[in-house]
Design a protein around this ligand. Structure first.
Ligand code: PLP
Length: 359
């Protein structure tokens, strides 16, 4: 029987029961190991580590594939791109997803880079080797139909990777929808406490997992075991945190819909959001990130300055509610648009604070 999300998160990556042994997973920080005849035994910290394997089995179990952890979300994205896309091939990236994925592809891949918006209504991937989509996209929170993207990519002979950072494996399972790869920044909700930078790639293909693992060992883009352990520790409460964050996002959306100071509002969980119909078909839950346009830089900055429970910070998915004016980083969004990441505060407190800060 399939167990629920909470049970799976709490039990993911636990060590086998042993009398006198620790109940929770423990970090193994070793660079050197006693050498053994068994080729599967650990021998050097760049090639393998028990704490990586604990987190990889935990995330892989939730994603529905084999997982490899990386020292950041960008390390995961870049490792995937340089492993899958050969020089001279074509990669498709979203115009409106995380800007550094686009920048890495343009500046560091010896490949042709094509950009497609997440809101495209038809897809033509002729000539592409890999299609990278991010859904929901951030900061715009548009959604694309993963099944339709996979069908179009298959028709063109291309592989599909989905950046699943915003939903996490509890919110969306792209491998079950036919994608070849999931890539994510676990710095965000998966680790969830804003104290670790980490990322992962998951794939249902044992062959691709092996190629990625070989590339990781050789390139040396390996995560620190302590950070890996922090993420595993955080993952245990992912179900609880996402539930509270989504509850807060729904409450904030209700409070802000039609508010005279709010010029634009997006959250795929809202029944009247343009992304809702597709989101409902492919997402298991909607998370706690909203896009709120306050109309101008001044209004956005005054709001963040007045709010007591909303901290001005980039990144998202953490315990604390944060807001980030994304135009500051060059995203093609209105200057007063805030990406608001709901934390785990009480909904009533958060709504009262936000309404007071809006004035
Ligand atoms: C959707 C998305 N993908 C990838 C990344 C990169 O992750 P990291 O900051 O962990 O390198 C981010 C970071 O904000 C992101 O939002």
């Amino acid at each position: 029987m399939d167990r629920g999300d909470g049970t799976r998160c709490v039990h993911a990556g636990l060590p086998p029961e042993a009398p006198g042994g620790p109940v929770p997973a423990q970090p193994v920080l070793a660079a050197q190991y006693h050498l053994a005849d068994d080729p599967a035994a650990d021998f050097y910290g760049r090639a393998g580590n028990p704490t990586w394997r604990a987190l990889e089995s935990a995330i892989g179990g939730l994603d529905g594939g084999e997982c490899l952890v990386y020292p950041s979300g960008m390390a995961a994205v870049s490792a995937l791109l340089r492993t899958v896309v050969a020089p001279g091939e074509t990669v498709v990236v979203p115009t409106d997803g995380y800007y550094l994925a686009r920048r890495y592809a343009h500046e560091h891949l010896p490949a042709t880079v094509r950009e497609v918006p997440t809101t495209a209504t038809s897809w033509d991937f002729t000539g592409a080797r890999l299609v990278l989509v991010e859904t929901p996209s951030n900061p715009g929170l548009d959604v694309c139909d993963i099944t339709a993207v996979v069908a179009a990519a298959r028709a063109a002979g291309a592989l599909v990777a989905v950046d699943n950072t915003t939903p996490t494996p509890l919110g969306q399972r792209p491998l079950e929808l036919g994608a070849d790869f999931v890539v994510a920044s676990d710095t965000k909700a998966l680790a969830g406490h804003s104290d670790v930078v980490l990322g992962h790639v998951s794939t249902a293909s044992a062959e691709w997992a092996e190629r990625l693992r070989a590339e990781r060992s050789t390139s040396g883009a390996v995560p620190g075991p302590f950070e890996t352990w922090l993420a595993l520790r955080g993952l245990g409460t992912l179900d609880l945190r996402l539930a509270r964050q989504a509850e807060n996002a729904a409450a904030l959306h209700d409070a802000l819909r039609g508010h005279p100071k709010v010029r634009g509002l997006r959250w795929p969980g809202a029944a009247d959001d343009p992304a809702h119909a597709v989101a409902v078909r492919q997402m298991r839950r909607f998370g706690g990130v909203l896009a709120v346009d306050l109309g101008s830089v001044e209004a956005a900055e005054a709001f963040v300055g007045r709010a007591e429970l909303v901290t001005s910070a980039t990144s998202f998915g953490g315990l604390h509610t944060t807001a980030d004016r994304r135009a500051r980083w060059g995203d093609a969004v209105p200057p007063g648009l805030l990406r608001v990441s709901c934390g785990c505060e009480d909904a009533d407190d958060l709504v009262a604070d936000v309404l007071a800060a809006l004035g």
